[in-house]
Design a protein around this ligand. Structure first.
Ligand SMILES: [Zn+2]
Length: 304
């Protein structure tokens, strides 16, 4: 089978020189273009109605108009008129992948640090929650789960969970990234776990066996919550051992094993899955791209 990957050149708003390697999405799309196992499709943007299920009117207006500027740039990107259309497209990619019953990808981040009323940590709108809320509103799913395996704790999604009984979020993150995390002046606040908001911290030096054991606990917790109609998998590249923020000992093969296990779980449980890419700050961008391309290798191995 072919995997559909939702990509749009308009995903990338011009943000100048920035630590966020925004060019990686185009590099991944280029690499996938000639892969017979993958079909690249352009998504439609989400609507303002989709955004307003998750985000406040004041915040959505700020991102669209640039005023007040401090709120429009709360995610730490310089605002431009191109920002709003680009973030509507990235959430649109996530939604399109989720609507693609079975297995599909969006070449975007999930933007798990975005809160209802402000952005954080390079995340403007929380595409993961926008997607699950949109699908619930359309009656396409009753409940959806987020499996977040970015290095960083998914605090935005966690903050949005308590008011959403149809959402379960599991963040499996590196425990000790704070010392040298990229969001210099923002502390990613950890929330108290609750019935639909769970997290597992990976210790410094965490290798494959420990990571897979944590993943197993996370997958068990998803089923224990109640079988979701959809899993959104955030396949972060920043747990990679050469990432400047990663205290973990996970190489390309370990992250491939992670992705395989996630897809095997979804296949065995017959739960549709869509994945997004998320962080990755290794200086040699080709190593970040390789982590993300390996997720396609894993999907092809499991679903092919
Ligand atoms: Zn991250």
């Amino acid at each position: 089978m072919t995997v559909t990957a939702y990509y749009h050149p308009g995903y990338a708003a011009p943000i100048g020189t920035h630590i966020m390697p925004i060019t990686k999405f185009a590099l991944i799309a280029d690499a996938l273009r000639d892969d017979p196992r993958v079909r690249l499709v352009e998504p439609a943007p989400v609507t303002e109605v989709d955004l307003l299920r998750v985000h406040t009117r004041a915040y959505v207006d700020a991102v669209r108009t640039g005023e007040p500027r401090q709120l429009a740039e709360s995610q730490k990107f310089p605002w431009s008129p191109a920002l709003y259309p680009s973030v509507c497209l990235t959430s649109g990619g996530c939604l399109a992948a989720a609507l693609d019953a079975g297995v599909a990808a969006a070449l975007v981040s999930g933007f798990h640090h975005a809160h209802a009323d402000h952005g954080e940590g390079f995340c403007t709108f929380n595409g993961l929650v926008v997607t699950i809320d949109a699908l619930c509103a359309a009656g396409a799913v009753e409940k959806g789960a987020v499996l977040d395996m970015d290095l960083h704790y998914g605090n935005g999604t966690a903050a949005l969970a308590p008011s959403r009984p149809h959402l379960f979020t599991m963040s499996i993150y590196g425990n000790d990234y704070r010392q040298n995390q990229p969001f210099r002046d923002v502390e990613i606040v950890r929330h108290v776990d609750s019935v639909n908001n769970r997290s597992i911290a990976l210790p410094n030096g965490c290798g494959r066996a420990q990571m897979l054991a944590a993943l197993e606990s996370g997958l068990t917790a998803i089923l224990a919550w109640g079988r979701p109609d959809l899993i959104l998998y955030q396949a972060g590249a920043d747990p990679y051992l050469e990432d400047p923020y990663s205290p973990l000992a996970l190489d390309h093969d370990d992250l491939l094993a992670r992705d395989r296990r996630v897809f095997e779980f979804a296949r065995q449980a017959r739960i549709p899955i869509a994945w997004v890419l998320a962080g990755g700050y290794t200086k040699d961008t080709s190593k970040v791209v390789r982590v993300h391309l390996n997720t396609f290798v894993a999907a092809a191995a499991v679903f092919g």
